[in-house]
Design a protein around this ligand. Sequence first.
Ligand code: DLL
Length: 433
Amino acid sequence: MIYNPEFECLPRSAMKALQGERLGKMLSHVYENVPFYRKKFENLALKPADIESVDDLSSLFFTTKDDLRENYPFNLFAVPLQQVVRVHSSSGTTGKPTVVGYTRHDIELWAEVAARTLAGAGCTDSDIVQVAYGYGLFTGGLGMHYGAEKMGAMTIPVSGGNTKRQLMLLQDFKSTILACTPSYALLLGEIGEEMGVDFSTLPFRAGVFGAEPSTEKMRREVENRLHIKGYDIYGLSEVIGPGVSFECDEQDGLHINEDHFYPEIINPQTGEVLPEGEQGELVFTCLTKEALPLIRYRTKDITALHYGKCACGRTTVRMEKVTGRTDDMLIIRGVNVFPSQIETVLLSIEETEPHYQIIVQKRGPIDELEIQFEVNEDIFSDEVKKLLAIEQKVAREIESVLGLRAKVKLVEPKTIHRSEGKAKRVIDLRKEQ
Ligand code: DLL
C-alpha cells in the first residue's frame, strides 16, 4: 500500500514545482528567524528570492554538525521556544550533543513520513507493530511509535532491550512487524533459537530495520533467521529521525520523502553537486519543518540517487543503501578500509557467524587491523586444525578484498558484545595510544 499517493506518486515535473515553492517559503523562514542563516546569506551577498528553484540550491552554503554544536542547544531554532513541543538529542559521544526541536506541526509531519515508511513494509491498520527502538532522546522509538499510531496499527511501545520479554510479546501479542536495528534483530534471532522459538510458525512477517549501516548479506542473514522480510529504513535526527527514506517491496533502493526533504549528492572533498547515479555524500534541505529546518545539511552518509521509476508505483527518488560514512573510513597503513567491506567478506564465508569486531591499534609505528569473528558451537567444537583452516580462509579473503593483511582471530561463540541498539563494530585505539 502507498500511504499518500498524492505526494508519493507525483510526476517529476510536479514534484519539482512543489519543492521549488516550498523551498522559497523555507528560505524566507530561516532568513527571517535564524541569525545564523541570515549571516550565511549575507556572506554570499544573496537574498532568499535569488534562489528560484531547487536547481539554484547549489549556489548556497552548507550546514554541518559543527554548526549545530556551535549553536547548542537552541540557537538554530527558527520558532520561539513556546512553539516547540518536543526535543530529541544525539548521545554526544564526541563533544556536545546535537539537539533537535519539533513544533506540533513537525510532530504531525514526522508521524506522516514514519507512516509512509511502515506502509513501504506493507503495514496497514490491521498490523501489530512492536517498536523495539529505544524510546527517549533517541528518535527511533518515538518516531516509529507515532508513525505506527498514525497508520492505525496496534502499537507496542516496548523500547529496546529485555530480549526475553521482546520474544514473549512477539509470540503472545502476535506482533506482525518489528521495528529495531538490524543488529538487535540478529540478537533476537539468536536468543529466540536458544529458547526454542520457531519463528516460521509466528504471524511475525516483516522488520523495519535501520539506524545503522548493514550490508545486503546481513539483511539476508536476518531474514533467514527470523523468517521475515527485512526493509531498510533510513533517517537522522537532524533532518527529522526515522522517516527520511524507506524501502518498498522491491527492496531496490530507499524512497526519499522528497516532498519534505530535498536530497543532493556532493563530492565530499569539493562540495560540488554530483549527477544521478554517482556515489558521494548525501545532503538534505528541509522543505517543510518549522522548528529546526536545516539547509543543505551534510549527513556524511555515502550513497547515490536514482530517479528511475520503481515497480511499486512510487515516483519518489531512491537512494542506495547506506553502507558507509565519510567519517567511518579507516586508513590503515595508507589503505582505505570501510567496515562494510569486512562485513561482506565475513558473511560470504559459510562457516562464520554474523558477529564481529574490528580493532585497530598501533604496534610500534605500524597500524594493526584485527578482526575478531565467531563460528557456531558445532564448528567451534571441531578439531583445532579445522578452526585454523577457517581463520586462514578469512585472512586470505580479507587480504584479497582489502589489499591489506589483517590479524584474524576466531573467538569463542557468544563472546563478541551483542548490541540492543546501534552496534559498535569498530574500536579504534590509535587515538588513545
Ligand atoms: O538513527 C534515526 C533512525 C532511527 C533511523 C530508527 C532509522 C530507524 P541518528 O541517531 O541521528 O538517527 O543517526 C543517524 O545513523 O546519519 C546514518 O549514518 C545512520 N543510519 C540511520 N539509518 C540508517 C540506515 C537515527 N538505514 C545516522 N542505513 C545516519 C545506514 C543509517 N545507516
